[in-house]
Write a protein that binds this ligand. Structure first.
Ligand code: MG
Ligand code: ZN
Length: 222
């Protein structure tokens, strides 16, 4: 009973901070996206491709969360990221709003179009932590089970977009794209889907166009 009460208090403090972050970003028309998935679904690879393709059209900042190492942040810098901040959680399996508000002053948000947060690879508790984002983007790769949305409903319920990644590997396992979409729709009928391969480039153009449009929509609301 006591544990539940503490958990609730921590989350409500998190939510208050998240509201502040969202206000700051929305006040400047900055779109913010929180990328979530299991480890190894290809979040960093998708972000590398995104930076390489549209990094000159949009002013993008990235926050890369990992339990250990700044490897992903370094990959994003190498892919052309001009404003990349690592968060090494040192054991915590999710990012929280406090961690984001600590690094946010290191980003010039006045000049920004898009803030991307790469969460720690984990489909469980990152679902409960609002980071002040506009949307959660959930990745599932074809090397996983197509029942992922049913196993981790909280995450898919709170996500706006689902990227089905590594579609170049379709046919090498029992993974079924229509099945994963059906399962995901059962949890969240409003999910928008993308099918991508960072290796072959298939489907990436649709993803880039949507991202540019969504950034523009957010700016236009200012
Ligand atoms: Mg990564
Ligand atoms: Zn966690």
């Amino acid at each position: 009973m006591k544990k539940v009460a503490i958990e609730k208090k921590v989350l409500s403090e998190n939510d208050k901070l998240a509201v502040k972050i969202r206000e700051q970003l929305t006040g400047r028309g900055v779109l913010s996206l929180n990328f979530v998935s299991s480890p190894g679904s290809g979040k960093t690879s998708l972000l590398e491709k995104t930076l390489a393709a549209i990094g000159d059209q949009l002013n993008i900042a990235l926050i890369a969360g990992d339990v250990q190492t700044e490897n992903d942040a370094n990959r994003l810098i190498e892919a052309g990221g001009k404003s990349v901040l690592p968060i090494v959680t040192g054991g915590s399996c999710h990012l929280d709003a406090k961690m984001i508000s600590k690094v946010l002053p290191g980003i010039n948000i006045d000049e920004l179009d898009l803030l991307i947060i790469e969460n720690v690879g984990n489909l469980v508790c990152p679902a409960s932590y609002d980071l002040g984002e506009d949307m959660k983007i959930a990745l599932v790769s074809t090397t996983e089970g197509h029942d992922k949305p049913l196993k981790y409903p909280g995450m898919f319920r709170r996500s706006s977009v689902m990227v089905i990644n590594k579609i170049d590997l379709l046919g090498t396992s029992d993974f079924d794209v229509e099945e994963v979409k059906k399962n995901a729709r059962q949890i969240n009928a409003n999910l928008k889907f993308f099918e991508t391969s960072c290796r072959t480039g298939e489907g990436l153009q649709n993803w880039f166009h949507w991202l540019i449009d969504t950034v523009k929509t957010k700016k236009d609301r200012l």
